[in-house]
Write a protein that binds this ligand. Structure first.
Ligand code: HEM
Length: 155
C-alpha cells in the first residue's frame, strides 16, 4: 500500500498547523461580526475555537482529542441552546469560506472541506429567520377562502 492511500485528509492539508490557522481565521471573522458574535455566550471565544478545531481535526482523520475531552459530538444537541437561523448559517458559512480561502489548501481540498461543512451547517439550522415584514393579519383574515377548500355539496 502506498502512503497516498493511507494519508488522511488531516495530514494531506498540513495537519495541526493548518487547522489552527483555519479555525483562528474563522473566529477572527466571527469576533468582528456583531450579528453572529451575539450567538456565542462567552466573552472569551477561546474555548469555542479550541472545541471547533479539535472537532474538525478529529473528523478529518487527525487526533481524537475532541472525543476524549468532550465525549460524543452530538452537534445537533450542542447547538440546541442557540437560535441557528438560516441567516446565522449563511454568516457562519461565509466566515468559514473566507478562512478556507486563506488556509493554504488546494482548490480540491477546499471543495471537499466545504462539501462537509455546508451540509453540516444546513443540518444544524433549528430556528426560522425573523421575518422582515410580519404578515398583516387583518388582510389575511379578509382573504376569501380558496374554492378548492370548499367541500363538495353532499348528495
Ligand atoms: C450553522 C451555523 C452555526 C452556528 C451559528 C454555530 C454556533 C455555535 C455556537 C454558538 C456554539 C457554542 C460555543 C460556546 O459554547 O461558546 C457552537 C459550538 C460548536 N459548534 Fe457550531 N455553529 C454552527 C455550525 C457548526 C458546524 C457546521 C459545525 C461542524 C461542522 C459546528 C461545530 C461546533 C462544535 C464542535 C462546537 C463545540 C461543541 C462542544 O461544546 O464541544 N458548528 N457553535
Amino acid at each position: 500500500m502506498t502512503s497516498s492511500q493511507t494519508e488522511s485528509f488531516y495530514d494531506a492539508v498540513g495537519g495541526h498547523e493548518t487547522f489552527v490557522r483555519l479555525v483562528r481565521t474563522f473566529y477572527v471573522g466571527v469576533a468582528a461580526d456583531p450579528e453572529l458574535r451575539a450567538l456565542y455566550p462567552d466573552e472569551d471565544l477561546g474555548p469555542a475555537e479550541v472545541h471547533l478545531r479539535m472537532f474538525l481535526e478529529q473528523y478529518w482523520g487527525g487526533p481524537t482529542t475532541y472525543s476524549k475531552r468532550r465525549g460524543h459530538p452530538r452537534l445537533g444537541m450542542r447547538h440546541a441552546p442557540f437560535a441557528v437561523t438560516p441567516r446565522a448559517r449563511d454568516l457562519w458559512l461565509a466566515h468559514m469560506r473566507t478562512a478556507l480561502q486563506a488556509s493554504g489548501m488546494t482548490d480540491e481540498q477546499v471543495g471537499q472541506f466545504w462539501a462537509y461543512v455546508s451540509r453540516a451547517a444546513h443540518f444544524l439550522v433549528n430556528s426560522a429567520d425573523e421575518p422582515d415584514n410580519p404578515p398583516d393579519l387583518i388582510s389575511l383574515e379578509e382573504t376569501p377562502s380558496a374554492p378548492s377548500r370548499r367541500r363538495p355539496p353532499s348528495r
